[in-house]
Design a protein. Structure first.
Length: 485
């Protein structure tokens, strides 16, 4: 892993990501470090070798004869060399641009695992995250004078040298901090992404290869509650991948990536504490009968400020997927509760040429027990039901928003729910479980604030969960582990 720190600009090349047909995540084996420290000839040889191995394997798999193997190897070597040089050149140009314009920029190299376990990885693409340092005026999608100059230079870096032709796919994503309404931020970020993509097209990149998306404040990389840090979330992301199939896979995985739960979207500090690494599973104690609750519904919890948010211990990162996380995140992923969060709104990926959404070809298969079923559990004698829970198997995609039903004193009252609450949900995917995060829409009298529950992908039960509610102006937390209805 290499980085380049400049007096007034920063360019950081971070961990390479492995991307197989099953999209495996690599360790910190630094292809970009190799790329930056070696000449174009060496990069071409490395890329060509990787392509040679993959091409030979493809030839053997299709026909199996010597001619097919050699032919596949030669074609693969040429393609591997071309991709290695393409991305090497663009990384070099982007680093030079960051120096010239004093831009804060983070670069990532994406890789494809070889066709066989022993095959070397191939270049799959690059990602450039550029902080908005006055690129756009506050609340505007019109580039500033400096911003337009900077974006045109970025465009020239991605457009390549004159006469250089490419068939890669490019996605521009706009990001904001979480100040202001989520819908406004999403729309603004989409307009900004389209403005940047349009300039890339002016520089000669075919509009048919280009896509744009407004992610709003849904993917923070810094603490929104800290005014000195939240500016890092205002950024433009440019992703270039070998083809639209890989682009669609990345888009789906980013949508529900637990990495972005490391930082919440709340703009003020909330009095809760996260569980330390390797935190023991200490059960939440119910309120003593002597305690008098002023909550609309007494769920028998305790102050959230005294309750560790340790649901991360119930989830492990995906072994496969474009997840941007590694096993190092297993102890603290995700870190913040729904109290530090708000509903996250991210827009569709749209074609610059047609304005139509990117075709992702996702299946309509649901996770077991999450095809619109109800999940319900008792909390201090009150029945709390989430319905419908509708989540697709592919990348844990949410299909329908739930409602929350509360039946007070369920043992005595088996009738109609006392409270029917409008809600919205976000879903984040781990290896064997998902985090189903539910936000109650604000109202004059709502018995709860939000819910975090970890559901097994097997669809048979929940693993752990917390329900948050207001008790006399203080946030309280209670254990909530619903079962499938």
């Amino acid at each position: 892993m290499s980085s380049l720190l400049l007096p007034s600009a920063r360019v950081l090349r971070v961990t390479s990501l492995a991307l197989t047909i099953s999209m495996l995540v690599s360790g910190c084996a630094s292809v970009e470090k190799f790329s930056s420290e070696h000449s174009k000839s060496i990069n071409c040889m490395a890329g060509g070798l990787a392509g040679f191995v993959v091409g030979a394997a493809a030839g053997a798999a299709t026909k199996g004869n010597t001619e097919a193997i050699i032919g596949g190897a030669v074609i693969g070597a040429a393609a591997g060399c071309g991709l290695a040089l393409l991305y090497k050149n663009k990384l070099d140009r982007l680093e030079k641009l960051a120096r010239e314009e004093n831009l804060q920029m983070q670069l990532e190299t994406l890789r494809v695992e070889g066709a066989t376990p022993s095959a070397a990885p191939q270049e799959a693409g690059i990602v450039a995250q550029v902080e908005d340092q006055g690129m756009f005026p506050v609340g505007s999608a019109k580039l500033s004078v400096d911003g337009e100059r900077q974006v045109r230079k970025l465009a020239s870096a991605f457009a390549g040298a004159p006469g250089e032709r490419s068939t890669t796919a490019i996605l521009v994503v706009g990001h904001t901090d979480s100040t202001g309404p989520a819908a406004f931020n999403q729309e603004l970020s989409e307009q900004r992404a389209r403005a940047v993509a349009s300039i890339l097209a002016e520089q000669g990149i075919a509009a048919e290869r280009m896509y744009f998306q407004g992610a709003g404040a849904s993917r923070p990389v810094a603490d929104n509650a800290d005014p000195l840090l939240r500016g890092k979330n205002r950024r433009v992301e440019i992703v270039e991948l070998n083809d639209t199939q890989l682009l669609a896979q990345r888009v789906r995985a980013e949508r529900n990536n637990p990495k972005y739960l490391e930082h919440g979207t709340a703009t003020a500090k909330v009095a809760t504490r996260s569980a330390p690494a390797q935190a023991p599973n200490v059960p939440v104690k119910k309120s003593s009968p002597a305690n008098v609750s002023t909550a609309l519904v007494d769920f028998g919890g305790q102050p959230a400020s005294q309750t560790s948010w340790n649901l991360a211990k119930s989830m492990t990162p995906k072994k496969a997927g474009f997840s941007l996380i590694s096993s190092a995140y297993a102890a603290n992923m995700p870190m913040s509760s729904c109290l530090q969060d708000s509903p996250r709104l991210s827009g569709e990926v749209k074609s610059l040429a047609t304005g139509k959404p990117l075709e992702e070809h996702a299946t309509r298969d649901y996770l077991p027990g999450m095809n619109g079923r109800a999940w319900a559990g008792l909390v201090n004698g009150h029945l709390v039901t989430l319905s419908p829970v509708a989540v697709l198997r592919d990348d844990a995609t949410l299909v329908r928003e739930p409602k929350v039903y509360v039946t007070e004193d369920y043992e005595r009252n088996h009738g109609k729910a006392n409270h029917t609450l409008a809600a919205s949900a976000n879903v984040y995917e781990g290896e064997d479980a998902i985090l189903y995060r539910v936000f109650i829409e604000p109202g004059k009298q709502t018995p709860m604030s939000c819910v975090d529950v970890v559901l097994r992908k097997a669809g048979d039960k929940s693993v752990d969960g917390k329900l948050y509610y207001d008790n006399g102006g203080e946030d309280f937390a209670a254990t909530y582990t619903p079962v499938r209805g």
